[in-house]
Design a protein around this ligand. Structure first.
Ligand SMILES: [Zn+2]
Length: 353
């Protein structure tokens, strides 16, 4: 029988296993879809055929596709499995019921949908009806809060932000909630919802994050990256999956990513100085190989200024001209085909959509 302690190579493999375990522990890749259609605008869509390829890959490669609320519970108790993935979709488009739901049922994978309630109340034809949502709600599809009318919260007053979130929650609870457990129904006579919110356009700032926290919500943005124990619970990252971001090769890379080993600060994502600078502090000094292969991708290129082997300041070469711009940084993790990933979505509220 192979005795791992019998030689140095065995010892090395034990160390490697321990190292990999630490590196994998407690993180989860969350994906963000919108529409599932061959005909809707490409910028927010994935074709149903490509979506099925995503699900097939997850199944064949033994990813653990968790319900969103399960993932958040395991995250807080430090028990997330390796190869953890969560599927989400924003806006409650009709194509979820028509094209995504049948595939999710086929592969038995759950997806959480963030609903802006006013377009549903106004019966916009592109959106599912409450009736349709009641029909598909269950172990495969869950619904959460995306605000009332999908406005830019950065251009909205504090009281109105509160009203946006609370009104949407009231509508969701009235239309979709049910008693999930007889004891809580008996005791309270009503269902207590999980308070999970997704910022419209992924836009927030530190004041809004604090307000959302005070209202009791966990919240998601739209910056790419991996949810980890250190993530800000009011700005959790998701990898957007539409247009060229949804391509199969990129999808494979993203579901295999790990959180960049940096101290995560609650970076205020608003552009005050243009171009803005992202400062990263690594948990440990990088070795030569890691430092040489640490890369950041920004439209127009990037300047990186290192201070020793543990601190780097990243600044775009050109002014950011869009309302939302991303800095995406990657580094090889040491595990085959797995990269560390960190991203920030900068927002310039002065630029109109
Ligand atoms: Zn949205």
């Amino acid at each position: 029988m192979f005795n791992p302690f019998s030689n140095l190579r065995g010892l090395a493999s034990i160390i490697l296993i321990l190292f990999s375990f630490t590196a994998n522990a407690n993180s989860c890749v969350t994906l963000l879809y919108h529409r599932f259609s061959d005909t809707a605008p490409k910028s927010t869509s994935i074709s149903p055929a490509l979506f099925e390829q995503h699900l097939q890959y997850l199944k064949e490669n033994n990813f653990k596709v968790l319900k969103l609320d399960t993932m958040l519970t395991l995250l807080d108790s430090n028990r997330l499995p390796d190869k953890c993935v969560v599927l989400t979709a924003d806006d409650a488009y009709q194509s979820i019921a028509d094209n995504a739901y049948p595939l999710l049922e086929k592969y038995l994978m759950p997806m959480s949908v963030f609903v802006a309630t006013e377009p549903v109340d106004k019966k916009y034809p592109a959106m599912m009806s409450w009736q349709q949502m009641r029909k598909i709600k269950g172990n495969i599809i869950q619904f959460y809060n995306h605000g009332t009318d999908h406005r830019h919260l950065l251009n909205t007053g504090k009281n109105e932000i509160k009203a946006q979130i609370q009104h949407a929650q009231k509508r969701l609870d009235k239309e979709l909630a049910e008693c999930t457990n007889w004891f809580s129904c008996f005791l309270y006579g009503k269902y207590t919802p999980d308070l999970i919110f997704a910022y419209p356009y992924g836009e927030s700032n530190s004041v809004i994050m604090q307000q959302v926290k005070n209202l009791g919500y966990t919240a998601f943005g739209q910056q790419s990256g991996v949810v980890s124990i250190d993530s800000n619970r009011q700005n959790l990252p998701r990898f957007p999956m539409a247009a060229h971001y949804a391509k199969f090769s990129g999808f494979k890379t993203k579901v295999n990513t790990l959180p960049m080993p940096v101290k995560v600060e609650n970076t205020h994502p608003i552009v005050t100085q243009n171009p803005p600078t992202l400062k990263l502090d690594f948990l440990k000094p990088l070795n030569k190989h890691q430092k040489a292969n640490f890369n950041c991708f920004v439209s127009g290129g990037v300047n990186m200024v290192w201070q020793g082997n543990q601190h780097v300041a990243i600044t775009a070469k050109k002014h950011l001209t869009h309302r939302r711009s991303k800095y995406n940084c990657t580094m090889p993790s040491g595990q085959k085909d797995r990269y560390y990933w960190h991203s920030i979505q900068w927002i310039n509220p002065k630029v109109k959509e």
